[in-house]
Design a binder for this molecule. Sequence first.
Ligand code: EPU
Length: 347
Amino acid sequence: MTAGYRIVENARLDARNTFGVAARAPMLVEVSDTSALAELFGYAMLRDGPVLVLGGGSNLLFAGDAPGAVLALSSQRIDIIDNQDDAAIVRADAGVGWHDFVLWTLGHGLCGLENLALIPGTVGAAPIQNIGAYGVEVRDRIRAVHAYDRHDGRVVRIDAAECAFAYRDSLFKHDPDRYVVTAVEFALLRTPDLRLDYAGIREELAAMGIDGTPRASQVAEAVIRVRQRKLPDPALLGNAGSFFKNPIVPAATAETLQAAHPAMPLFRGSSDDTRKLSAAWLIDQCGWKGHRDGDAGVSAEHALVLVNHGHATGLELLDLARRIATSVQDRFGIAIEPEPRIIGATW
Ligand code: EPU
């Protein structure tokens, strides 16, 4: 054990990806103290080669082995760095589990992350794909991201406005080899600013017997109940949540499709002339829900979730994903793209 990190050679990654597929890395570096990053990036393998930063392993598919070193950050500090009467800035280390962090904030009377309860993964991974659920995206609550910048060889603080956040996207996704997120600053509220409009949330609160204005912790509980019902638990059935992003298309394309398929759900896009389609609905219409080829399958509860029933390989899951995308393209003329990062193959 060297101060601040631990190296494992030829490491197995099966238990470090929520699909539970077999994969290896030539070198796995567990980093408990991010001040060791400068020293680590002095080593040839990290300095010159590809480096994969692994959080909870809940948003990637190993279609092959990791091509170079894998970094896993385990730093766990959470600090309130600015405490006001009605708001607070909280800084959490990259290694903190996301759901544990959401519960920590609620336990400290801080609101804003309740709709993001039970999302797998870590705090450090949250800004990378701008995690979102039930009407909230994490960018709504992020003030800044701290990251080790491989170009500059030091930790930089990047203001939220500079992070290029968009639907399931950010600066960190565009340039995956440049930054290692080390901590995130969140701007949270003591008086809730609840978002209850996403389909199913008010109904769930009513089913819990809550009428009137719920507490933020009750909204989190409602979200947890909906997620547990709709999304398979990766601890029981390997999966990486939504495998495809909801496609964003020109409004005219969406309207033509909806005229042909009146039952098709349609959501607002990021601008007036775009719309977001439901990838789950498109896939469902093509008959994939519950489909299974050996151990690679599609969840019977949610058409957007690919599942590993036991010993599927990453390549088998990728092959299934490609066939799903081709069928959606052939039937609806819409290209759907994977949400998780694919390692060892290109889409
Ligand atoms: N639907 C189907 N068939 C299905 C499931 C859903 O037709 O099997 C249709 C229904 O009409 C439903 C609509 O799709 O109303 C939307 O479904 P859902 O509310 O489950 O949302 P989603 O668009 O499929 C997105 C996120 C999820 C997030 C939920 C809730 C993406 C790619 N996925 O799913 O995020 O939890 O909204 O906000 O944006 C993830 O990213 O891993 C993830 C799980």
